[in-house]
Ligand binder design. Structure first.
Ligand code: 8ID
Ligand code: ZN
Length: 354
């Protein structure tokens, strides 16, 4: 009993406002290709990437018209005929991630860099995503959601969680090291605080406003710096980390400004992990001091299937929790407006039934 139509939040043209439609078609079971599955969604997170997609502000462009969204949780209700060896079956509870599908055969896929597969499909970007009630996805890449975590709480682990989990995993840090998190009060950042703590790191949170300050400190940040109030960000961050600066910075802010002084405040031998994705900005850093201080500058892009498995498992054990406010799917336009103004502490998760 899969309906013919559904509620979907559609970006009808590049940069246009979101339209909520109640008559959006649902791909029927008989229309699925081999390897495809249909997932009936319960909840979906809203990532800042979805706002970039709506605003059309990245150098790589999305499909048009677009149903965005890539932090969805739901149940597999159909699998394409002639799908061989599906890792999931009907009735399984699964998550939809940014990486909807990849070839699994190319060099990048073989090496575990599935997200860099030249033939990948991206949920809510190159294929329609989770801002609807039924989404077409791919059996090889949907993530089984472990027991012990409810749908709404699991949703934002699928992008925000996986992304910061991987970024911290490869941040070249060890137990007891200092990590600074510009963007700490946002969707990715507030989970980064918790995954960093889980790794035994000491956290300096950088963001702005009383609500985000309270959230960051509650989640285990030891130090807080308000980027709008500080007179000298470099001096304040260095001072917060024994006067020597942090061992790593994982930048999840969606602006180039948050990157600009990282090489200056990092400790000698430190690592800058680029995660936040302003569309046009360039990384402005002293070459001399990058070399002289032995700084590593790395980029980290979502995660592979194993990163997702690990990030979800930590969440299901209750070690990392998404701090979210729940809104109906039909409120997406207003949620984007709040996100644009930087008003959302943690995440917003949408109820796909409303
Ligand atoms: O795979 C990836 N690398 C990946 C995955 C998912 C998302 C990258 N992203 C990108 C998004 O596309 C977006 O560009 O990460 C960025 C952040 O996504 P988000 O966490 O979903 O956004 P948010 O909830 O709006 O949080 C951003 C925070 O940054 C703060 C804001 O106050 C907000 O809390 N911020 C800003 I804007 N400027 C800042 C600054 N200069 C800053 N914090 C510190 N210093
Ligand atoms: Zn995302």
């Amino acid at each position: 009993n899969i309906p013919k139509t559904q509620v979907a939040a559609v970006v009808p043209a590049p940069g246009a406002a979101v339209e909520v439609r109640t008559d959006h078609p649902v791909k029927q079971a008989s229309e699925l290709e081999p390897g495809e599955c249909l997932v009936k969604l319960t909840f979906t997170g809203v990532c800042h990437t979805d706002l970039h997609a709506k605003q059309h502000d990245w150098p790589v462009k999305p499909k048009n018209p677009l149903v965005g969204g890539h932090e969805g949780v739901g149940i597999v209700v159909a699998i394409g005929e002639h799908t061989s060896q599906s890792p999931v079956k009907l009735g399984d509870r699964v998550g939809i991630k940014w990486l909807a599908d990849s070839c699994l055969q190319c060099e990048q896929c073989r090496k575990g860099l599935e997200q860099c597969c030249a033939n990948c499909k991206l949920s809510g970007y190159t294929v329609d995503g989770t801002f609807q009630q039924y989404v077409v996805s791919y059996v090889n890449h949907v993530s089984k959601i472990p027991e012990g975590i409810d749908d709404a709480s699991a949703a934002s682990l699928l992008c925000a969680g996986v992304t910061v989990y991987r970024a911290i995993k490869y941040s070249q840090t060890q137990t007891g090291d200092w990590i600074v998190l510009p963007g700490a009060g946002g969707g990715l950042g507030h989970l980064a605080i918790q995954y960093a703590r889980e790794k035994g790191l000491r956290v300096i949170a950088v963001d702005t406003g009383a609500e985000k300050k309270e959230l960051c400190l509650k989640l285990g940040a030891e130090k807080w710096i308000d980027f709008r109030e500080t007179k000298d960000l470099v001096a304040d961050i260095k001072a917060a980390a024994d006067g020597l600066g942090p061992h790593a910075a994982v930048v999840t802010a969606a602006t180039g400004a948050a990157y600009s002084q990282a090489v200056d405040y990092l400790r000698n031998g430190g690592t800058l992990m680029a995660v936040g994705l302003p569309g046009e900005a360039t990384l402005d850093a002293s070459i001399f001091f990058t070399v002289f201080k032995g700084i590593s500058i790395l980029g980290s892009y979502v995660g592979n299937r194993q990163d997702a498995y690990e990030a979800l498992e930590i969440g299901a054990r209750g070690r990392v929790q998404v701090f979210y406010k729940c809104r109906p799917l039909s409120d997406l336009k207003e949620v984007f407006e709040g996100m644009e103004k930087g008003q959302i502490a943690g995440r917003v998760v949408l109820d796909c039934s409303k």
